[in-house]
Write a protein that binds this ligand. Structure first.
Ligand code: EPU
Length: 420
């Protein structure tokens, strides 16, 4: 296992660009399974382990993929897809694997996919996905930890989500793309990645309207065609670098991201004292002095993203005053708190709210990553902690960030990857 060794106290400065959004590309890989003839080509793909694992899964199902890591191009051919069964061994490593359910159901009329189980950030049930498949006419049974979905012909219907689900919305879009008639999703997830995924399916000939809003309409089409597509830039990768510059008092420009996708985080960064200038695809953040305290509540898009809450909390630990950070998307996304306390952060959690009292300095220590975003946040904390911080279990970070240590080093950070 690898670890990061970070030496704190250096400002982040310079320019950096982001790759395509992980959470848009994962559903695209699943969506490529809908294609019976020809290939799907996806550009600007990051080389991260979630994508590698997803490719192993679709190969197990009978699809072929070629990932040219120099050109950053991923080619998927699902002509010989033959096995509608996604085993627990892969699904448990990556919940997004459940995304193959909608595609397999649409392609074969049946799918057998392991139930993902809980993960470190919460129970994360898939009831909304399942209720949606049922509404479209699928018969769902559960056997030995697997979901068996079966349908002679999926038929368009109106599906009401009690709450917006990101991958739930994507799963239903895939199941409905070839269904008979029109499907409507009410209270759909509005995330930019969901919109980018709908654009991808539309580029294959699907008829999806309203993605990016809570009302999505999908008119079923008989078949889809090959496509070549570039996903949106990764707003969460961009947000991570921006918080890095904010806490170190740096000056960076991030390119390849649409600032509108980060409207809420940028507002909160400004409230903390950052100067921010944007163009249609770049964000420049300049920070002078100590950050000011901030209150925020995570909420489904366009609210403040739960995925940037751990980074915002790192900023709160070193600011002037007290910040209140409320997590409403996942019930357990405070795993980084105990680790930040090890670094000298003053944080108290009661229910869904963390009260963070700013302190003069964090102090380097050994900490452990427990999920992608907690790991990235702890790495940022190391950038401002006195002395040496070691982040263990870097494999969590590698799931969602390509060589985070090299990216941060290119902005001046002192960080290296060594064996744990
Ligand atoms: N939920 C249900 N029932 C469902 C589905 C969701 O109760 O059937 C609940 C969840 O338990 C959670 C909330 O609804 O409390 C939101 O979950 P959502 O389904 O939107 O999350 P997801 O689709 O499993 C995606 C991202 C996550 C990101 C969340 C929230 C992908 C592959 N994953 O997960 O990304 O945190 O949306 O925006 O798109 C990450 O990139 O590090 C990551 C965890």
């Amino acid at each position: 296992m690898d670890k990061f060794v970070v030496r704190g106290g250096i400002e982040l400065n310079g320019s950096i660009s982001v790759r395509g959004a992980k959470n848009a590309i994962l559903p695209m890989i699943a969506g490529a399974l809908l294609l019976e003839k020809g290939e799907c080509i996806i550009h600007n793909v990051p080389d991260i382990s979630d994508i590698r694992n997803f490719l192993s899964l679709i190969e197990l199902l009978g699809a072929k993929s070629r990932f040219n890591t120099e050109e950053r191009t991923l080619i998927i051919n699902a002509e010989n897809l033959s096995n509608p069964e996604a085993p627990y061994d892969i699904v448990r490593k990556m919940r997004a694997s459940f995304l193959v359910t909608g595609a397999l159901l649409a392609r074969f009329g049946h799918a057998m996919v392991a139930l993902p189980g809980g993960c470190s950030i919460g129970a994360r049930p898939v009831n909304l996905h399942i209720e949606g498949f049922k509404r479209l006419g699928a018969k769902i049974t559960e056997e030995k930890g697997y979901i068996l979905a079966q349908a002679d012909k999926l038929k368009g219907k109106t599906i009401y989500f009690d709450r917006p689900s990101h991958t739930g919305t994507e799963n239903i879009m895939m199941a409905a793309a070839n269904a008979e008639g029109t499907t409507r999703i009410i209270n759909a997830a509005c995330d930019p990645e969901v919109k980018s995924f709908a654009d991808f399916l539309n580029s294959m000939g699907a008829k999806i309207y309203g993605a990016g809003t809570p009302y999505i309409m999908i008119e079923g089409v008989p078949s889809l065609s090959p496509t070549e597509f570039t996903p949106i830039g990764d707003r969460l990768e961009a947000g991570t670098y921006l918080y890095g510059a904010l806490i170190t008092g740096g000056d960076i420009e991030v390119s390849g991201v649409d600032p509108q996708h980060l409207e809420f985080p940028l507002l909160k960064m400004r409230e903390m004292g950052a100067e921010i200038k944007t163009t249609s695809s770049t964000i420049r953040l300049r920070m002078r002095g100590k950050p000011k305290s901030v209150n925020l509540t995570t909420f489904p898009y366009p609210g403040f993203p739960t995925d940037l809450q751990p980074m915002a909390m790192v900023a709160a630990t070193i600011c002037d005053g007290t910040s209140y950070i409320r997590e409403t998307v996942f019930e357990n996304r405070f795993n980084h708190v105990m680790e930040l306390i090890r670094l000298g952060g003053m944080i108290a959690v009661a229910g869904d709210t963390a009260t963070v009292t700013g302190t003069e300095k964090l102090r380097g220590a050994e900490v452990m990553a427990s999920d992608i975003r907690a790991g990235a946040a702890l790495t940022l904390a190391g950038l401002v902690a006195d002395g040496k911080t070691e982040i263990l279990r870097v494999y969590h970070i590698d799931r969602g960030y390509e060589r985070l240590e090299e990216k941060l080093s290119s902005l001046g950070a002192s960080i290296e990857r060594t064996q744990q």
